[in-house]
Design a protein around this ligand. Sequence first.
Ligand code: CA
Length: 234
Amino acid sequence: MANKPDADSAATRMRCLIVEDEPILAEMLIDTLSDAGFETTHLDRGDGVVDWVKSEDPTVVLLDLMLPGTDGFSICRAIRTFSRVPLIMITAKVEEGDRLRGFDLGADDYICKPFHAAEVAARVRALLRRSIEWREASPGSSLELDDARLEARWRGATLDLTPLEFRLLSTLGKRPGRVYSRNELLDTVYSDGRDVSDRTIDSHIKNLRRKISEVDDGDTPIESIYGVGYKFKG
Ligand code: CA
């Protein structure tokens, strides 16, 4: 079992629940998804999975079909009564009927054993791209955010941001017109209270502006307020 994430990282990291009772496969999935940047939790039985998903709200679920306790089909059906979490079924059963039944019960994708680690990571990434939930940073804003996956897009174009840049842009974009001092922005992006110069923010803002200008060569939406800090324009 992975350590339970603290509240801060839970809000900003992608979390993958792996339900698999075969230790070697489970280990391979944990390694693969950890390498892909996920915080992983592993459960090796079916009972308890539904309650875990209900309380922890993971980003994505990998679910084996044949499990001690409760089988994957029943778990999938139960999860779909309260959650649209992206869910991939993993199973040794390759029969068409089982695959269709999985989709009927609400699985988003299906991987048959034996599989390659690279395939699993690629499927998870593809599924998350499809299930991304864009929300306008503020009503009517040209900036859209997916807070769960730390993805942002400006006027419809996806921005290639680091997690720190995402937090910075998200903070500014959610309250357009509000002027943030460099110190306030530092508190937002470095939650561990580390001691960095407030000029660090300037270099991150510079990178953000450059990345936005790569997809839109119009006016930058991030405005400098001399002697104070920065604000986001609409
Ligand atoms: Ca199994």
